[in-house]
Design a protein around this ligand. Structure first.
Ligand code: UGA
Length: 433
């Protein structure tokens, strides 16, 4: 079954979905109201850094399975399925901001024909699928079928994750649509969960908040290890070997960032509060995560005494490796706090341009890690870029004014750092006592 598909939103989820569905030989148009983004895409420039995506987009544009436009009405014309993949960023009150989402949905009634499938991939509060179906099927002669198909891909491994998910979740209310979805996703070899709209929406929130919980849990254990002794890496590895717990998302460090885990945990808190459900547990998850950032600056202040006029190198700005995304990146909070305390910051990141930092943050940028560390009083690693592992640590240490090293990602073996002559301002693990 080859379908004519319109993907609305050229962000991570939209672009990756569009490129892969085109690769499966569907006829795909990807539309975004941001004209600059579309102009760049038409010129062959991707708005995001995502390994493997550029090639996939180029190939399928050449084969004419994929095209881009900023014209919504034109993109919707004649399509059999619309995938909604617009952003739902957090609003002040913790609820996701659904303005763009509803603006897009509202344009469907006038612009498409009969029996169109509307697949929601944006992360939306529980109940949204039902509300969309009620809205679209009200007062029109033709019918829309709404499908809630949350996406679980991660930035940095998005193409791989789309193609090899742990599971596919599809919420839909009719057996015919379920059959069509089975056929559409036939290329995916994974467990396929067919359920109702509400459950599909909740699965997305439940998954992201659980990942957030797991990271805040291991960071709490890491802080305890630092205080009472114990090597957190040994502890995490052994805890994760219990198959009921599992290794994933037990990497301690500066905590989670990005546009999803915190946002969806907040979204769950907001939904709980509206319905009078006790959600303190998720509030603690966010609090622990924020404290991880503060903790790094506290450690730095303790060891340097005072940050006034002190030079600090930051290695890694992105919220995680293999992405150029700075949304809710721990680096942004940490750099802002260091500057507030009078410190001077030099940064290096392999892909993030420091001009993307918020305007209020003034830093100097280096072309490479060695230049960033030249003459500084401390270096902090905030993104687990693999290339950092190849650094000549002795050379780095020698070029610094004071050899303070804070590894906010537990990227390096402590032994390697100590051998290179660094001072690590945390308690030694018991194996070094
Ligand atoms: C997350 C989910 O993992 C995806 O399944 C989901 O589709 C996506 O949100 C979304 O809702 O769109 P993402 O935000 O791209 O994906 O990034 P993750 O790889 O999950 O990492 C999130 C943060 O947690 C990063 O800052 C990462 O460094 C941190 N992290 C991750 C840890 O601190 N420790 C870990 O063990 C794992």
């Amino acid at each position: 079954m080859i379908m004519k598909i319109c993907v609305v939103g050229a962000g991570y989820v939209g672009l990756v979905s569009a490129a892969i569905l085109a690769d499966w030989q569907h006829n795909v148009v990807c539309v975004d109201h941001n004209e600059q983004k579309i102009e760049d895409l038409l010129a062959g420039k991707l708005p995001i850094f995502e390994p493997g995506l550029q090639e996939l987009v180029e190939l399928n544009r050449r084969r004419q399975y994929l095209r881009f436009t900023a014209e919504m009405a034109e993109a919707l014309r004649g399509c059999e399925m619309i995938i909604v993949a617009v952003g739902t960023p957090p609003a002040e009150n913790g609820h996701p901001n659904l303005e763009d989402f509803w603006a897009v949905v509202k344009s469907f009634r006038e612009n498409v024909g009969n029996n169109v499938i509307v697949m929601i991939k944006s992360t939306v509060p529980v109940g949204t699928g039902e509300a969309v179906s009620l809205y679209l099927n009200e007062k029109v002669s033709h019918t829309f079928s709404v499908v809630s198909a949350p996406e679980f891909l991660r930035q940095g491994t998005a193409v791989h994750d789309f193609l090899h998910p742990d599971r596919l979740v599809v919420g839909c209310m009719s057996p015919e649509i379920r059959e069509q979805m089975k056929e559409l996703f036939q290329p995916l070899d994974c467990p396929k969960v067919f359920t109702d709209w509400h459950s599909a929406e909740m699965i997305k929130y439940a998954s992201n908040s659980f990942l957030a919980l797991k990271i805040s849990y291991i960071n709490t254990i890491a802080n305890l290890c630092e205080a009472v002794g114990g090597n957190i890496q040994d502890v995490a590895a052994a805890v994760g070997l219990d198959h009921r717990i599992g290794q994933a998302y037990l990497k301690p460090g500066v905590g989670f960032g990005g546009s999803c885990l915190a946002k969806d945990t907040q979204g769950l808190i907001a939904q709980g509060e509206v319905h009078g459900v006790n959600v303190w547990m998720f509030k603690d998850v966010l609090e622990v995560n924020y404290e991880q950032r503060v903790h790094i600056v506290q450690r730095l202040t303790e060891v340097l005494g005072n940050l006034k006029g002190r030079k600090i190198a930051i290695l890694g700005l992105a919220f995680k490796a293999n992405t150029d995304d700075l949304r809710d990146a721990p680096s942004v909070t940490i750099i802002a706090q260091i500057i507030k305390l009078g410190g001077l910051v030099k940064v290096y990141d392999p892909v993030v341009d420091s001009s993307s930092l918020p305007n209020i943050i003034s830093v100097s940028t280096a072309d490479n890690p060695y230049a960033a560390c030249q003459g500084v009083d401390a270096v902090i690693v905030l993104t687990e870029w693999e290339e950092f592992l190849d650094l000549d640590l002795k050379r780095l240490q020698k070029s610094m004014n004071a050899p303070v090293f804070i590894d906010g990602r537990y990227l390096f073996e402590r032994k390697r750092l100590l051998e290179a002559g660094f001072f690590l301002p945390e308690r030694p693990s018991s194996s070094e006592w």
